[in-house]
Design a protein around this ligand. Structure first.
Ligand code: NAD
Length: 489
């Protein structure tokens, strides 16, 4: 039996004991996960430094802080999330108990990506634990130091059988995908997402696919371009552009192109100094393969800011490209690196058309003072998220679902959405064995009269909330008129 098979078998056996059902046991595991993230902050930061050359503070800000927040929220809200959820009743079910009951799915496979190796692996795990599942955790092999630390240290904090960490590369992931799971939560590229879904289909396993793609950023010529460029520079070049929700390219009017270019140049200098290569908070491209891929994307476009590189260190400077069109090489795939192409469009109409001619993005960014223009982009495009006048920060709002649509993914997580995504919402209806007379209309023989009653009970729309409010009002009026007549006359 393979290592992967053994891990899945252990997780399933352990899940079947029912030990994840009590909320206290889930909270206990979540507390242990929180302890892991806080006690092992140093080990995590060191691993990320070796993998991606990120600074310690950068790692805390972009990797573990979000995980801590998600764990704390789950601990606080778990009782509310896991409670039965009453639903609206019809006339036929008016005296029944009708509710949704969230129940665990079983064993979840979590496959993480390398760009934020801790955040994108542990955040889905928070949802899996909260929802009462077992989970097999497969960190990305590309961040080998992070994967090793996760494999060694996580079992010291979490239940080893319920939450095994399985490391390895593509063959190991493929072996895992041959096993039967109750849900697969995958973060990574759209190309591999298709393979994951294909493998899942063999067992009718549901999937969440957190994918990437090209997220556009439209700058309206009438906005505060200085502030817009500052926020875009931050969103684009953090983690060397290796962020799934980084603005992939800028769309703007030709009249502001030079200004945008200049403002971004100034911000790069302000954030990363004149020499980003030696600056601690500017990282590196993950490996030589991606370095070569990103360098090749520049072909055919004009470099107006940055452009220098050092293959021996996988360093590419923050770079802005001009004279880019929809046909340029850099527009043929997700950049996932520190290149920012500027494409000119004649206004918001052309920007919307440009966006709609392509795959649905993970996020669309719009910078404008005009609320109507922002609402128009919301109404006339589709994407996982839309963010106006800022970059990335929607990721930090736990009350918003995070996920893609179409080519950028399916399903979502964060906060309650992570819990719901990894739960089965079981429909429950509890009837009494009384009032059998009401049911006579459904039993044979089927007559026109019975059908008439069935029509009334099944199709009649009643607003029970309103009915209840009206009854309360009537009672209040009755009591008030009684008081007036009895005591005040
Ligand atoms: P990656 O190379 O680390 O792959 C992700 C996972 O897929 C790994 O665990 C790997 O083992 C597995 N894998 C790779 N090839 C496979 C194959 N042939 N068969 C089975 N499994 C395989 O990461 P990546 O794909 O380079 O990640 C970058 C992509 O992820 C970008 O497109 C980015 O936008 C996206 N991403 C999305 C999110 C999100 O939340 N939506 C977050 C981070 C990254």
């Amino acid at each position: 039996m393979s290592r992967q098979q053994l891990a899945v078998q252990r997780a399933r056996k352990s899940f079947q004991t029912g030990k994840t059902k009590p909320l206290e046991s889930r909270i206990h595991q979540l507390r242990n996960l929180l302890r892991f993230v806080t006690e092992r902050r140093r080990d995590i930061a060191e691993a990320v430094k070796k993998d991606l050359s990120k600074s310690e503070h950068g790692t805390e800000l972009f990797e573990t802080l979000g995980v801590e927040g998600e764990i704390k929220l789950a601990i606080e809200k778990l009782a509310e999330w896991a409670a039965p959820r009453p639903v609206e009743k019809s006339l036929l079910t008016i005296s029944d108990e009708v509710f949704m009951h969230p129940e665990p799915l079983g064993v979840v496979l979590i496959i993480g990506a390398w760009n934020y190796p801790w955040a994108v692996t542990l955040q889905p795990l928070v949802g899996a634990i909260a929802a009462g599942n077992a989970a097999v955790i497969k960190p990305s092999e590309v961040c080998c130091h992070s994967a090793k630390v996760m494999e060694e240290l996580l079992p010291q904090y979490l239940d080893k059988d319920l939450y095994p960490v399985v490391t390895g590369g593509v063959p190991e992931t493929q072996e895992l995908l041959r096993q039967r799971f109750d849900h697969i939560f995958y973060t990574g590229s759209s190309a591999v997402g298709k393979l994951v879904m294909e493998a899942a289909a063999r067992n009718l396993t549901p999937v969440t696919l957190e994918l990437g793609g090209k997220s556009p950023c439209y700058i309206d010529k009438n906005c505060d371009i200085t502030v817009a460029c500052r926020r875009i520079t931050w969103g684009k070049f953090v983690n060397c552009g290796q962020t799934c929700i980084a603005p992939d390219y800028v769309l703007c009017d030709p009249s502001i192109q030079n200004r945008v270019q200049e403002e971004i140049k100034n911000c790069i200098k302000e954030f990363y100094t004149d020499d980003p290569k030696t600056f601690e908070d500017y990282g590196r491209i993950i490996n030589k393969r991606h370095f070569k891929r990103i360098m090749a994307l520049m072909e055919g476009s004009t470099v107006v800011v940055g452009g220098d590189s050092d293959e021996s260190q996988c360093y590419i400077a923050p770079t802005v490209l001009k004279n880019v069109t929809g046909e340029s090489k850099v527009m043929k795939e997700e950049i996932f690196g520190p290149l920012l192409p500027i494409i000119t469009v004649s206004g918001v109409d052309e920007a919307i058309q440009f966006i709609n001619e392509r795959e649905k993005p993970l996020v669309i960014y719009v910078f404008s003072n005009d609320n109507k223009l922002i609402k128009r982009v919301i109404a006339e495009t589709s994407s996982g998220a839309l963010l106006a006048n800022d970059c990335l920060v929607h990721f930090t709002v736990s009350s918003l679902p995070f996920g893609g649509v179409g080519n950028s993914g399916m399903g979502c997580y964060h906060g309650r959405y992570g819990f719901d995504q990894l739960s089965h919402m079981r429909s429950c209806l509890i009837k009494q064995l009384k009032m059998e007379g009401v049911n006579s209309m459904r039993y044979p023989p089927h007559t026109a009269k019975k059908l008439g009653w069935a029509r009334f009970f099944l199709l009649k729309q009643i607003n029970l909330g309103r009915l209840r409010r009206m009854m309360l009002l009537a009672m209040f009026v009755g009591v008030a008129s009684f008081v007036v007549q009895r005591f005040l006359r």
